[in-house]
Design a protein around this ligand. Structure first.
Ligand SMILES: CC(C)(COP(=O)(O)OP(=O)(O)OC[C@H]1O[C@@H](n2cnc3c(N)ncnc32)[C@H](O)[C@@H]1OP(=O)(O)O)[C@@H](O)C(=O)NCCC(=O)NCCS
Length: 198
């Protein structure tokens, strides 16, 4: 990771009349995260290389926080309702690129939480000095693709038959990206404090 995030948390927002708190994920979120993942449909997890519903993978995720991963959690009424991860490989030739993952609890979809979490990740990535964000999802995740394109992400490529579910069915994987550095430059030209409005 290039530098530690300078964006401040917790942040609070009202969504559909319910208060939602956003904060940086810590190891203390482990039990809530395990429960959140266990309740998600498997198809929602195919965009990540590893099966993040597995407790071992969640443990490795929590151990990587503040190193190669920065994550946000969203809580409403004491329940974990969304989470994100921006993963950076600082030893690769792409230390300026963050790979974004985002998940919203099915009961919370369509209320604007996904859009808020993506915007939050863009601003968090910039505060870490990242220049580009990538995101992957199966091509049939139309809600996800619409959400990312609506926020300025551009399609880059499609990897055919790239992921396989437990039943052996393969899916194409779409890769979208956002040049956050360019976005920030445009925003500062307009006198905006953040690259993408809060
Ligand atoms: C993608 C995801 C994070 C979106 O979260 P969300 O909270 O439902 O998103 P929002 O409520 O902010 O909706 C944003 C936009 O998505 C679109 N959208 C949301 N739900 C939709 C649905 N069921 N069908 C079609 N479009 C939909 C709409 O365009 C919406 O914009 P609008 O407010 O103008 O209607 C969520 O669906 C999810 O967790 N999916 C599974 C995991 C995944 O695919 N993650 C992305 C890869 S990292």
């Amino acid at each position: 990771m290039k530098k530690s995030a300078s964006r401040h948390y917790p942040r609070r927002l009202e969504l559909n009349g319910t208060a939602v708190e956003f904060r940086l994920m810590t190891a203390e979120d482990g039990p809530a995260l395990n429960q959140f993942m266990a309740e998600l449909p498997v198809h929602d997890l195919l965009f990540v290389r590893r099966n993040i519903s597995h407790p071992k993978v969640i443990k490795a995720w929590l151990e990587a926080l503040g190193k190669s991963v920065s994550s946000l959690v969203a809580y409403a009424n004491g329940q974990l309702v969304g989470c994100t991860a921006v993963v950076v490989d600082s030893c690769s030739w792409s230390p300026h690129v963050g790979d974004l993952r985002i998940l919203v609890a099915p009961a919370w979809r369509g209320r604007g939480l996904g859009r808020v979490l993506i915007k939050e990740c863009v601003n968090l990535a910039l505060s870490q000095g990242l220049e580009k964000l990538t995101v992957q999802m199966t091509v049939d995740q139309s809600a996800a693709i619409t959400t990312f394109e609506g926020l300025g992400f551009q399609p880059e490529s499609v990897l055919r038959n790239h992921v396989k579910d437990h039943d052996g069915r393969t899916y194409d994987l779409a890769l979208l990206s956002l040049e956050v550095k360019e976005l920030a430059a445009r925003a500062s030209g307009k006198g905006m404090a953040t690259a993408i409005s809060d």
